[in-house]
Design a protein around this ligand. Sequence first.
Ligand code: CDP
Ligand code: MG
Length: 140
Amino acid sequence: MALERTFSIIKPDATKRNLTGAIVKKFEDAGLRVVASKRIHLTMAQAGEFYKVHAERPFYGELCEFMASAPIVAQVLEGENAIAKNREVMGATNPADAAAGTIRAEFAESVGENSVHGSDAPETAAVEIAYFFSGLELVG
Ligand code: CDP
Ligand code: MG
């Protein structure tokens, strides 16, 4: 197994409901360590750049508006197989399909307002981490 880093966002629906600590606890309980963390309020342009891979999808405009609607908490999580582990703890994109005990099963409000983002592969993790954090801000 490999020590890995992944990129995580606690989304506006969750920060608004004061769920930051509850969500971080799920990650920590699963063996993931927070090695960088910042609370920021994205502009529409920043949300659009972050999610540009979905630019052609019908939900893109709504997704960007949601991500810019309130503060987020951007984090880098480190651990064994962190990318897959994080996705497992998050649960399926649509909370109706998310396994019991996952973040999205417990906290997500809808398929769009689903409380968390997590990178889906090593390449996207590297790009997403670099978009939000400098090397100096990663403290393992
Ligand atoms: O976040 P995840 O990687 O599980 O899903 P995605 O397919 O990469 O979609 C990115 C985000 O777009 C989701 O987390 C949702 O917030 C949003 N989305 C949506 O609003 N409606 C959909 N049908 C699918 C995704
Ligand atoms: Mg995704």
